[in-house]
Ligand binder design. Structure first.
Ligand code: NAD
Length: 493
């Protein structure tokens, strides 16, 4: 039975690694549970606890497959990605439900992400038919000089649990279309979702060994990918602490790497903002997906003139948000994705109180006793937060908003940039010159005006400044920069 059929038939599956076109049990025989954060005791599936031997086998399979794959035309590779997109789309309900059960986001968001995954596959499928080089005039009148793009070889993909379909696809689809083979290590928390994605590529007819998946502990498999001499490029999305280790290991052996990491994203509310729009954007940007987006709004910087009015409107809406199991259609936000993530958020909420910020909504006490069964945190708002406080500086990755009051827009811009991160930033204003001043001044890779910080379009470059990335960009046309090398060719007949 396929994984899809197993998930469809029951509620507990045993999944394997995917190596050389086959599902293979980990050589150690060890497995780990993927758990539902909404209901303690609900095991979604059992996943491999792989070790370096499994990775070794996957790298060998990718190495054996990459040249033939690279020799296909872009259109041939694209045809497989189109097929995978159709399959993923047709499996949206099951993939979405599995995602919700593994990491807690609401079913609507999970299905939306699955649809996004299909759209990304189609976008890169089309890339197989687009230009991959330029003709450059030579100083030799008899010669033709041009650039072409060649694959890196074997690409290691390390992905997080928060977008378990979209992120691996926005890494694997460009890697594949430009002719690379892939070894993917998904986050263990979302192993079953990952296996469903992998199965779409398999069922679409991807040749054996072109994409491989090894599931295991990050410190074991992730670090082994970063250090493996047979992996020519590593693309990582996750936390800063881990990203830096991956980058250092890659640099040490001269491999190409790309790191997409955390954020501490600000939204600024100017005195002339449409406050209702700003409240909706702050809530959606900060609390959807339980605040577990790298682009989530974390700091809410409000100009003094409208501070009280904005706060009142914000609290009125925040206090109405329905917390619950993401599979329940009435739920607006689900639990934290895991016990580990819950404990992190709990630590930050305690730190906020200890450092003198005022808790004005939410927190760890829950009114609904039924929620005691999962890792729930009520949508939380602090005020009186400064950029010196932990909750004003560090990425929380939970449903927590930190309100800061700024005397004027100039101070708001300064506060927004007073962070080591630089992923996303937004400004609500009706004034065009304020908007353009922010576009100029903001130290973030994604700047949004009258729109929430969390909003990424698959056809546009995505990535951060400062500590949020290795200064590379993913998605859209930008992806070609990482997944290929430029070859400059000079031909004299
Ligand atoms: P994480 O760093 O804990 O894990 C990310 C991946 O790295 C997982 O697959 C994990 O197993 C693996 N890993 C863990 N330890 C490793 C090690 N020592 N060596 C190599 N790999 C290792 O991050 P997470 O908790 O899964 O995800 C949340 C983080 O991801 C947040 O910081 C968030 O901001 C960031 N994120 C960034 C973006 C972006 O595009 N910038 C998008 C989504 C998430």
């Amino acid at each position: 039975m396929s994984i899809y059929e197993q998930v469809q038939a029951g509620d507990h599956v045993i999944i394997d690694n995917y190596i050389g076109g086959q599902w293979k049990a980990p050589q150690s025989g060890e497995r780990m549970a993927s758990l539902n954060p909404a209901r303690r005791g609900d095991t979604v599936g059992m996943a491999p606890a792989s070790d370096a031997k499994d990775l070794e086998e996957a790298v060998a399979a990718a190495e054996a497959a990459r040249r033939n794959w690279g020799r296909l035309t872009g259109a041939q590779r694209g045809a497989i990605l189109y097929k995978a997109a159709d399959l993923l789309e047709s499996r949206m309900e099951i993939v979405g439900r599995t995602m919700t059960r593994e990491m807690g986001k609401t079913l609507g968001e999970a299905k939306g992400e699955t649809a996004r995954g299909a759209a990304i596959l189609r976008y890169y499928a089309g890339e197989g038919m687009r230009p991959i080089g330029d003709v450059i005039p030579s100083t030799d009148a008899d010669a033709v000089m041009f650039t072409t793009r060649v694959p890196l070889g074997v690409v290691g993909v390390i992905s997080p649990w928060n977008f378990p379909v979209a992120i691996p696809i926005w890494k694997m689809a460009p890697a594949l279309i430009y002719g690379n083979a892939v070894v993917w290590k998904p986050a263990a928390e979302t192993s079953v979702t990952a296996a469903l994605v992998m199965e779409c590529l398999h069922d679409a007819g991807l040749p054996a060994g072109v994409a491989n998946m090894v599931i295991g502990d990050g410190a074991v498999i992730g670090q082994a990918i970063a250090a493996h001499p047979g992996i020519h490029g590593i693309t990582f999305t996750g936390s800063n602490a881990v990203g830096k280790q991956v980058g250092q290991a890659a640099l040490a052996r001269g491999a190409k790497y790309q790191l997409e990491m955390g954020g501490k994203n600000p939204v600024i509310i100017a005195a002339d903002a449409d406050l209702d729009l700003a409240v909706d954007g702050t809530i959606s940007g900060g609390l959807r997906s339980t605040g577990q987006k790298c682009t989530a709004t974390s700091r809410v910087i409000v100009v003094a003139e409208v501070y009280e009015a904005f706060k009142e409107k914000l609290l009125a809406k925040v206090n109405q948000l329905k917390l619950g199991d993401g599979l329940d259609a009435t739920t607006w936000l689900g639990p934290c994705a895991s016990e580990k993530q819950y404990n992190t958020v709990k630590r930050y909420i305690h730190a906020g109180v200890e450092e003198g910020a005022e808790l004005i909504a939410g927190g760890l006490e829950l009114e609904d006793a039924a929620l005691a069964d999962g890792y729930y945190v009520a949508p939380t708002v602090f005020e009186g937060v400064t950029t010196a406080m932990k909750i004003g500086r560090e990425e929380i990755f939970g449903p927590v908003l930190a309100l800061m009051e700024a005397a004027d827009l100039e101070e708001a811009f300064r506060l927004a940039n007073d962070t080591e991160f630089g992923l996303s930033a937004s400004l609500y204003t009706r004034d065009l010159s304020s908007a353009f001043a922010f576009i100029r001044e903001s130290e973030a890779g994604l700047v949004r005006i009258n729109a929430e910080t969390a909003g990424v379009e698959l056809q546009a470059p995505f990535g951060g400044m400062k500590q949020s990335s290795s200064h590379s960009r993913e998605q859209g046309q930008a992806a070609i920069e990482f997944y290929t090398s430029i070859k400059t060719v000079f031909v004299k007949p």
